[in-house]
Every structure is written in C-alpha cells, then in structure tokens.
Design a protein around this ligand. Structure first.
Ligand SMILES: Cc1cc2nc3c(=O)[nH]c(=O)nc-3n(C[C@H](O)[C@H](O)[C@H](O)COP(=O)(O)OP(=O)(O)OC[C@H]3O[C@@H](n4cnc5c(N)ncnc54)[C@H](O)[C@@H]3O)c2cc1C
Length: 354
C-alpha cells in the first residue's frame, strides 16, 4: 500500500518529465495552423483549431498539447471537446498550475483586451481585431489517445457525470450524440423518400451516415454537470443551448448544478429560484446559467438519480461515465454496485480523474 502510494507520488512528481521523454522519442506531432482562442470566466481557456487532415478520433478521447512559447518540450493532456463529425478540433483548459497559467498569459498578450458584455469567443477571438492569427503562439498536438468515455456508444442508456472541468469529455459525447441523432433522422427521411430502401449505400452521404452510425447504440443520455461557480456555465453555453433547442425527440436530459448557491428549498435561495422560474417560463432562459437549461442549486442527490434511471429503464445496462476529482468516484461506484445488485437495471461504472 505504502509502496504503491510512493509510486503514485513519484509518477505525479515525474509525470511532466515522462511526458517530455515520451513526446521527444515516440510521437508523431501535428502543427496546428488555424487557431482561435477564447478566455472564459472561471479561468478557462479554449483552443479552437482546424482539424488536421487524417486526424480521426472518438468522443471521450484526449490529446497532448504543446506550446513552444510556453515550454518547448512540455506536453499536457486535454480531453477533446469537439466531436468527430465537427470540422474543427477543440480543447477547454482550466488554469491550475505553471504551464496552463503561462499558456493563458501568452495568449492573453497576443489577444485584444476583453470587452464588457461580449461572449467568450468574441472576447478573445484573435482571428478578428488588431491581432492577426499569425501573431498567436504556435501550438502542436499529438494524439488521439484512448480514454474510458470513448466506449459510451455501446450503451443504449448512459449516465454522464462531469464535475467542473471534468465535463470536457462529456461535451464531446453530447455533440457526437446530437450529430448521430441528426444522421439517424436524415436516414429515416431518406428511407421514406426512397420508398423504404433504408441506406442502400449508393450515395456518398449515405455511406458517411452509415459509417457514423456504425455501432452507435445510444438512445438515451442523462447528463449531470456539477460546478461551483455560476460563471462556469459560459464554458459550454453553445452546446447546452444546441441540445436544448435541437434535441426534438428529447433523447438527452441535461442537468446543471451550481454548488455555490444554497440548496433548493432553503429560504436563502428562494428569491433567486422564484426569479429563475418566472424568467424561464417567460423567455425560455435560465438566469443562473444564462442558457435554455434550467439549473439546480447545491449537489445532486445521486441515489435519487440512480433510482429514477432504474425506474425508467428496467432490465437495461446503463453505462455510467464519470470525470472529475477522485472524491466522487467512490460514491458513484458504490451506487452502481448497489443498484445493479438490488434492481433489474445493471450499471457499468467507468471513471477518469483529473
Ligand atoms: C487524460 C487527461 C485528460 C485531461 N483533460 C483535461 C481537460 O480537458 N481540461 C483540463 O483543464 N485539464 C485536463 N486534464 C488535466 C491537465 O492535463 C492538467 O491540469 C495540466 O496538465 C496541468 O498543468 P500545469 O503545469 O498548469 O499544472 P501543474 O502545476 O503541473 O499541476 C497542477 C495540478 O494539476 C495536476 N496535474 C498536472 N499534470 C497532470 C496530468 N498530466 N494529469 C492529471 N493531473 C495533472 C497536478 O497534480 C496538480 O494538482 C487532463 C488530464 C488527463 C490525464
């Protein structure tokens, strides 16, 4: 036990140097030409890049990022937040230590100063304004690399849980699901138009749709995003709104939780809850998250979440994918075991901690 803890501590300590070694000797690096950067509240930076030719990946996977202006030999892992069907590649980076802080400084220096009231991408959108993209620091990527969440497509029902920046792999999954649902709808329309010949595979787009849907079994997703700061809702506003507006068959259920607000039912949050309901009913926008998704206060009751899914999907096998700090792993793993044992619904637990 002590030995494994020591090994873990050493791995953490020397992790950076291992990354440097691996990337100097073993990897194939791709230089990214067209880069956009956005700096969001809550110390998050997003890099939005054109997808290099031949770069294929699965939702849930991650890649290493290098920025020579920050450190020529350091490579850091980040989950990919774009989806395989998107024509761009993106990562969302939380500023936590030296490298991420320096990365933000380098990009902030190259970008114009934030203007009040502008959204994240515009605020630091370095492809517009005085700074030309060529002035941005150069970025290289290496990947993709496999991660637990990439297996989500084999489950008909998935429970996706992201804590703080741990939502990143789930965001890619949500986008992938939306792309696949759209492809499914189009395929159904094609079949109707062609008089029932489902995907005869003659046209290129039919081929693409078939390939995309190959092995895609997911029909229902429950996404829980728990974050401390209200301002974090800005990070993934676009995708949350897209799902809320375009998921016509209601296959994805979105739940955002803001833990810095008092629990629902607590008198101290009663006023904000009332204003929230009125505004959502009137304008369709939640005043806490600034999105179409109604946010809840405090932490989710995980037992109730599992119970509701078990009631909705008896005899189903549910893929639970958690990403975030290790603290919640134990509770979710235990609930997966308990509910698999006591109900007809089986929960397979997968986790990634960062
Ligand atoms: C597979 C994977 C996917 C990740 N995806 C994302 C993501 O989408 N967005 C995001 O913001 N962060 C992500 N991370 C974490 C990110 O790699 C680290 O936060 C970053 O490398 C920290 O670098 P730093 O020098 O700024 O901080 P450091 O000073 O090195 O560390 C600050 C803190 O981050 C932890 N940390 C440092 N390096 C790693 C690492 N390689 N893995 C895990 N923890 C680390 C340290 O233990 C410390 O607590 C991911 C990590 C992994 C392993």
């Amino acid at each position: 036990m002590v030995r494994s803890k020591l090994l873990l501590a050493n791995l953490r300590k020397y992790g950076k140097f291992i990354n440097i070694y691996i990337h100097m000797h073993m990897s194939h690096h791709i230089f990214i030409p067209n880069l956009k950067v956005a700096i969001y509240p809550g110390n998050v930076l997003t890099l939005n890049m054109s997808k290099p030719q031949g770069f294929t990946y699965k939702s849930g996977q991650y890649m290493f990022v290098n920025c020579a202006a920050v450190s020529p030999f350091e490579w850091h892992p980040f989950s990919i937040t774009s989806a395989p069907g998107d024509n761009y590649l993106s990562v969302h980076i939380k500023i936590v230590g030296d490298w991420t802080r320096n990365l933000k400084t380098k990009f902030s220096e190259a970008c114009r100063a934030p203007l009040n009231g502008q959204s994240g991408l515009l605020r630091a959108g370095c492809t517009e304004g005085d700074n030309s993209p060529s002035a941005l620091p150069k970025v290289m990527v290496d990947g993709p690399y496999g991660a637990p969440a990439q297996g989500y497509r084999q489950y008909e029902v998935v429970l996706l849980v992201g804590l703080g920046i741990g939502a990143t792999p789930m965001i890619s999954i949500l986008k992938d699901m939306m792309n696949n649902f759209k492809a499914m709808e189009e395929e159904e329309w094609d079949a109707i138009e062609e008089g029932g010949r489902v995907g005869d595979g003659k046209s290129t787009s039919a081929h693409q749709k078939k390939a995309r849907l190959n092995g895609f079994k997911t029909r229902r997703a429950y996404f829980y995003w728990v974050t401390r700061e209200q301002s974090s809702f800005d990070w993934f506003k676009g995708v949350m709104n897209e799902v809320a507006e375009e998921d016509h068959r209601e296959m994805i259920e979105l739940h955002s939780y803001c833990t810095s607000v008092y629990e629902e039912g607590d008198a101290r949050s009663a006023l904000i809850a009332m204003l929230q309901s009125i505004n959502h009913a009137k304008n369709g926008i939640d005043i806490v998250s600034g999105t179409r998704v109604m946010s809840h206060f405090a932490k989710p009751n995980w037992r109730s979440v599992y119970k509701r899914i078990a009631l909705n999907h008896p005899k189903a096998r549910v893929g639970v994918f958690y990403c975030g700090p290790a603290a919640l792993t134990k509770e979710l793993r235990q609930l997966s075991l308990d509910f698999s044992h006591n109900t007809s619904t089986k929960y397979d637990f997968h986790k990634e901690n960062f």
